[in-house]
Design a protein around this ligand. Structure first.
Ligand SMILES: NC(=O)c1ccc[n+]([C@@H]2O[C@H](COP(=O)([O-])OP(=O)(O)OC[C@H]3O[C@@H](n4cnc5c(N)ncnc54)[C@H](OP(=O)(O)O)[C@@H]3O)[C@@H](O)[C@H]2O)c1
Length: 329
């Protein structure tokens, strides 16, 4: 089968599209999927970095998510012929992932698609879209409601960010998009933002420990100083759903937002999510996009041969929405 193969030798990473990898078969508890579409996630760009701490194998097929048709199944709940999305677990980081004609995965990493989703729209969402909807669910579980005020989204032009804008706007929230891409303002307004601010405009009163109480909630995939600014400007009792680290994995902050404003930092993980969380999140995503034009969230479409260049683009933070990988779609 064809696959985008990542190999590391002597601290140098090489990538290539190969034609002669054996087609995987299903071990007990696994499902094999003929991949139709995949997508590029920030994590994929971390996997191809030399000495990557995300990648846990010296050689593997890349791709942390994929969607396609089941061709072999050892799980009675997932029938051969079902259209599915595959993501999470070790996929694309410690075992072969979705940039290939076929992918084998434990059935806990496989969701049968709700009827509203095709394999292509599932990958317009991808792990990034899943994470945005999981963030919305976590915030609402914490008590966020549309009448509470403005909700901030950071890294807004990226996969998680743009889907967070769409998800929140569709649910009736006043969305403020924070972006380093000033030229993307009109695009972010089209996706549902009420207004757009710069990366450095999240917090005020920078000489004080706490800023003004601005945000009724926030979805952050940037981390570092951005997450610090979000925390010090959340309103009393508000929460931020944090999933990412594009700027930094470090978090230098104080305890004051937590102990004087009762704010909450909600961790979001798409990798080991429980089955009921995965099912609820994919269902919400499917219902939200049903009948909605989501083509504006497609940055571009590449073949397996285009994955290498696409990874470099996402590493620069230069996308708007999602880059799709057309495998057999
Ligand atoms: N926890 C989980 O399970 C989970 C799941 C999915 C993703 N993630 C994480 O979420 C993050 C985003 O993933 P993604 O796939 O959405 O990535 P992405 O598509 O590359 O989007 C990231 C966005 O962040 C902004 N950005 C880039 N570099 C930045 C910098 N140095 N400082 C501040 N902002 C910067 C850019 O938006 P602007 O130009 O608009 O600012 C960029 O488009 C990654 O860290 C990823 O690993 C985690």
């Amino acid at each position: 089968m064809r696959a985008f193969l990542i190999s590391e030798t002597n601290d140098a990473v090489t990538t290539s599209v190969v034609n002669d990898l054996p087609t995987p078969s299903a071990a007990p508890g696994e499902v094999v999927v003929r991949v139709e579409w995949s997508g590029i996630n920030f994590k994929d760009s971390m996997v191809v970095r030399p000495k990557s701490r995300v990648r846990r194998s010296p050689q593997l097929v890349g791709g942390v998510d994929a969607a396609g048709t089941v061709v072999e199944s050892t799980d009675p709940a997932i029938a051969v012929g079902a259209k599915v999305v595959v993501h999470g677990g070790d996929l694309g980081v410690a075992r072969d992932g979705g940039f290939a004609d076929f992918v084998a995965a434990p059935s806990r990493c496989v969701n049968v698609l709700p009827p509203e989703l095709t394999t292509r729209t599932a990958m317009i969402l991808g792990t990034a879209g899943y994470t945005a909807f999981a963030s919305l669910l976590a915030l609402e579980h914490h008590g966020l409601k549309p009448d509470k005020g403005e909700v901030l989204v950071t890294g807004a032009t990226g996969g998680v960010g743009s889907w967070s804008v769409v998800a929140l706007a569709a649910a009736g929230y006043d969305v403020v998009a924070s972006s380093g891409s000033t030229e993307a303002e009109s695009w972010l307004l089209q996706q549902g933002s009420r207004r757009v601010i710069g990366r450095n405009d999240i917090g005020d009163r920078l000489d004080r420990v706490l800023g003004s109480e601005r945000w009724a909630g926030a979805i952050d995939c940037v981390g570092g100083e951005t997450l610090h600014q979000v925390l010090r400007t959340l309103r009393y009792g508000a929460a931020v759903a944090a999933s990412g680290l594009v700027a930094s994995a470090d978090l230098a902050t104080t305890v004051y937002p937590f102990i004087t404003r009762n704010v909450a930092l909600l961790g979001i993980d798409a990798v080991q999510a429980e089955a009921h969380t995965r099912a609820a999140t994919w269902l919400l995503a499917a219902q939200t996009i049903s009948g909605r034009d989501i083509e504006g969230l497609v940055d571009s479409t590449v073949s397996l041969e285009g994955v290498r260049d696409a990874l470099a683009i996402i590493d620069r933070g230069a996308t708007r929405g999602r880059i799709l990988v057309q495998v057999n779609g």
